[in-house]
Design a protein around this ligand. Structure first.
Ligand code: FES
Length: 124
């Protein structure tokens, strides 16, 4: 089975970021939480700088070759959000198509889906 990857934008800053007066971006904070939550799973996790969804930070992508791929946004860098992202990504990895039945979605990801990309055709 091809692995499911979570790609976290580590340069995301939410609207209240400047007012918090911290150096670490919200994306870095969420990255650390997602990396910790994914430990011990078969998921792969990586960071990137900007997924071009800056206006609805924090953003992550969930992808696997040959499956539906998704971007999710509007996350706060909280443990609950990180756990929801990881739990949903595990369901994505277990799904043959990448589609996850809505009734099984963790509450923390509901309302956070931004885009869905069909897999590229193979052998064309
Ligand atoms: S900085 Fe995160 S999407 Fe642009």
């Amino acid at each position: 089975m091809t692995p499911t990857w979570i790609t976290i934008c580590d340069t995301c800053k939410r609207d209240d970021w400047a007012a918090k007066g911290v150096e670490r971006t919200d994306g870095q904070a969420l990255s650390e939480l997602v990396e910790a939550a994914a430990r011990g799973t078969a998921l792969r996790v990586r960071r990137t700088s900007c997924l071009m969804g800056c206006d609805h930070s924090c953003n992550v992508a969930v992808q696997a070759a040959g499956k539906l791929n998704y971007t999710l946004g509007r996350f706060e860098p909280t443990g609950e959000a990180a756990q929801g992202i990881v739990d949903w990504a595990v369901l994505h990895s277990e799904s043959e198509t990448g589609q996850v039945p809505y009734r099984t979605w963790p509450v923390a990801v509901k309302g956070h889906f931004v885009t869905r990309h069909p897999p590229l055709p193979e052998g064309e």
